[in-house]
Design a protein around this ligand. Structure first.
Ligand code: PBG
Length: 333
């Protein structure tokens, strides 16, 4: 055949392939999510093999392990005792709560590690919602934001580097930015969950924190989060959310979940010059782990291919429970 173009020419040897490779993964792309609890034991999470609920003592060791593998940022999620949960989730701004204590401890023992936090009420809410639920069963926007701002300040005061509002209330990024600035935390950044979808992929995470919406009283509790998280059918709306977060002062935009929403990552990459993060969420992790445990897929290859797809779609950062495994695989490549 007389072919002018033979794309296979550049695929012929490993050296040629590496020369024309468009994207790559590095441990510094990863943000490692960790669950913490008050107990003394390391508790396994059944739907997320390899992920645990860490007591603070063991947390320091796990975060040090991540740092030594080249991971530069962790994000902390608390499993809060039921006795501390209230309708308003006030425990979220207790300066002696689990999260502020964990941040202080990590900043003391490993000050070079970047600490990201989650801002939302769900781990602290008796109703399991990211905001305050009214007696009529409405998730209240503006009232919730007052609590979120207090939560962000307590986290910043404890030493957090990046505040991650995951609640999807309207106007929370601007309100949190203003509160942080008013309190002298102008250098603390915001990584906003910009396009966060009302997704079934969060199931294992809600098991890990025991934070799913639930009804314990007469109050009607919305069964899902679809009045504040985005409709999975919508893409253009993600651009509106991104524009708002950018105007309100977000430093990094996040898309969540990641894998079923690669098109959203790509669209935001075209729209914004800010760094973009993808959240490779709990359900995505569990599916890979389950198939790998059955011997149906090769875990290492599937994980690295998936993580690379987030980079190709346009994200700079990837929140992933595979962070340490992937960092170790990249090191040995
Ligand atoms: C809560 C929050 C959720 C996740 C991160 N922060 C769950 C939810 O919105 O219900 C999900 C993360 C994951 O599934 O890995 N605000």
């Amino acid at each position: 055949m007389e072919l002018t173009y033979r794309p296979r020419r550049l695929r012929r040897t490993p050296a040629l392939r590496s020369m024309v490779r468009e994207n790559s993964l590095s441990a510094s792309d990863f943000i490692y999510p960790l669950f913490i609890h008050e107990g003394d034991e390391i508790e396994q999470i059944s739907a997320m093999p390899g992920a645990n609920r860490w007591p603070l003592d063991a947390l320091v060791g796990e975060v040090t392990r991540a740092w030594n593998l080249g991971v530069k940022c962790v994000v902390l999620f608390p499993k809060v005792d039921d006795a501390l949960k209230t309708e308003g989730g006030e425990e979220c701004f207790n300066e002696n709560g689990l999260i502020p204590r964990a941040i202080r401890r990590l900043k003391k023992e490993l000050p070079q590690m970047t600490i990201m936090t989650d801002v939302a009420l769900d781990p602290y809410s008796i109703d399991g919602h990211d905001g305050i639920v009214s007696t009529e069963g409405i998730v209240l926007n503006d009232e919730t934001i007052e609590h979120l701002c207090k939560q962000a300040i307590v986290q910043a005061d404890a030493g957090a580097d990046l505040i991650g509002p995951s609640d999807m209330m309207d106007g929370r990024v601007g309100a949190i930015r203003e509160s942080l600035d008013d309190e002298g935390f102008e250098d603390v950044g915001i990584i906003s969950y910009t396009a966060k979808y009302s997704s079934a992929y969060y199931g294992p995470f809600r098991e890990a924190l025991d934070s799913a919406p639930r009804s314990l009283s007469e109050k009607p509790i919305p069964k899902d989060k679809s009045t504040y998280q985005m409709d999975p059918a919508n893409a253009r709306e993600a651009i509106t959310e991104a524009q708002l977060d950018e105007q309100e002062g977000s430093d990094i935009l996040m898309v969540k979940p990641g894998l079923a929403y690669l098109d959203i990552i790509y669209r935001l990459r075209q729209e914004s010059e800010l760094p973009i993060a993808a959240y490779n969420v709990s359900g995505e992790y569990s599916m890979v782990k389950a198939a790998a445990a059955k011997g149906w897929i090769d875990e290492k290859s599937v994980v690295l291919e998936t993580l690379l797809s987030f980079k190709r779609a346009g994200s700079d950062l990837i929140l992933t429970y595979h962070a340490c495994d992937a960092a170790a695989w990249l090191k040995n490549e």
